[in-house]
Unconditional design. Structure first.
Length: 108
């Protein structure tokens, strides 16, 4: 993944509704969900959901799949994995053995 793509993905996810949508679609991978299901689960009006889905799609984080009159949205897991790889590619100076969690240390 290139820096502009990472920035687009991080920017799209830096909004509470979009982050919730994406996380919910990742949970439902690979099947995804229809827009109505997403709206119902997250209690979002259709127009608001459409706005957020478009932002996630433009960032390459979700993929729409028309199915008749409806659209199924799926998380683009390749993009998610690419983003994680981009963020961690130089972890611990490239020495993977140094990346193990520190025993007894907890997350903030």
């Amino acid at each position: 993944m290139k820096t502009p793509d990472a920035l687009a993905a991080l920017s799209a996810l830096a909004q509470p509704h979009r982050l919730a949508i994406h996380r919910w679609l990742v949970e439902r991978a690979p099947e995804g969900a229809f827009a109505g299901e997403i709206a119902e689960h997250l209690h979002l009006p259709a127009a608001t959901l459409s706005f957020h889905l478009k932002a996630l799609q433009q960032a390459g984080l979700i993929v729409p799949e028309p199915q008749g009159r409806f659209i199924r949205y799926r998380a683009n897991l390749d993009a998610v994995q690419g983003l994680v790889a981009y963020l961690t590619e130089n972890c611990c100076g490239g020495d993977a053995s140094r990346c193990a969690p520190t025993p007894g240390k907890t997350r903030p």
